[in-house]
Design a protein around this ligand. Sequence first.
Ligand SMILES: NC(=O)c1ccc[n+]([C@@H]2O[C@H](COP(=O)([O-])OP(=O)(O)OC[C@H]3O[C@@H](n4cnc5c(N)ncnc54)[C@H](O)[C@@H]3O)[C@@H](O)[C@H]2O)c1
Length: 291
Amino acid sequence: MNIQSVLIVGSGLMGAGIAQVCAQAGIKVFITDVSQEILNRALKNIAWSLSKFIEKGKVKESLESIMGRIQAGTDWESASRADLAIEAVFEKLELKHEIFKRLDEVCGPETVLATNTSAIPITEIAAVSKRPEKVLGLHFFSPVPMMEVVEVIRGVRTSEETMRAGIDFVNRIGKVPIRVESDVPGFLLNRINLVGYIEAIRLLEQGIGTVEDIDKGVRLAFGRRMGPLETGDMVGLDVSYGALTAIYEESKDAHYYPPQLLRRKVKLGELGRKSGRGWYEYHPDGSRKEK
Ligand SMILES: NC(=O)c1ccc[n+]([C@@H]2O[C@H](COP(=O)([O-])OP(=O)(O)OC[C@H]3O[C@@H](n4cnc5c(N)ncnc54)[C@H](O)[C@@H]3O)[C@@H](O)[C@H]2O)c1
């Protein structure tokens, strides 16, 4: 399937990043959210990120030309001709159901519907759709413009044709697809990653290591670019909390129950870089405060 235009629902961290990589790859994008103000902020973030890539010579096309492929508006009916729709709203099943019902109404019958959920089973999201064989997971990683991998996830009813369309799309935007043949909780890569994050939080809770030492140690010992807690701040503590809760609910495996310190911090609104405080503290421009 040759994907020429994409509808993105939700213009937060992930939706904006996905819009950017699609536009960079020459695909027309229509992005929507609940308010024009949120969309304007997303457009500003995309332009800022693109300008950094252009400055470094990693993107050759002009900012105006790439931004010209992105349309933003709260009235998403005009996106009815999208070949692919990608949902990237908050990690709440009821909200995702609402979006998928609406996508069924708005999109043409051939449109493939994808969700960027971190941990909700694709089958559960597809359950409200009239075209479950055309629903799949496209799980991007943050920050989307930098991360090369996208999980392409099969729900129980997802057809092979839809999986192939997802893989072609991921290749088309210059990323590497990883096939995930069953929508098990946490899919493939989060299952591995979240275990390390939980352990880091528990070590912190027990006073065994500091935030800085845990991250430094993991970076240096395992050759990672970022430690688990700095990654947690970038992803958002609420997002990881939502993912862990979803995995726990589905598997009833106590190991995935969100640690108390994570639960408390989410309640306090300490959500990571986006709220100015998580495991670390941040300046308003998103840079980290040195201790
Ligand atoms: N943050 C990550 O690192 C990450 C990684 C992979 C997947 N995900 C998943 O991607 C999804 C989005 O995460 P995010 O970090 O971008 O969240 P975010 O909070 O940054 O953005 C969510 C956006 O959805 C919008 N939204 C809410 N209700 C809406 C509606 N009815 N219609 C249109 N837009 C609506 C919000 O206004 C907000 O802009 C979640 O399912 C999350 O689990 C997140």
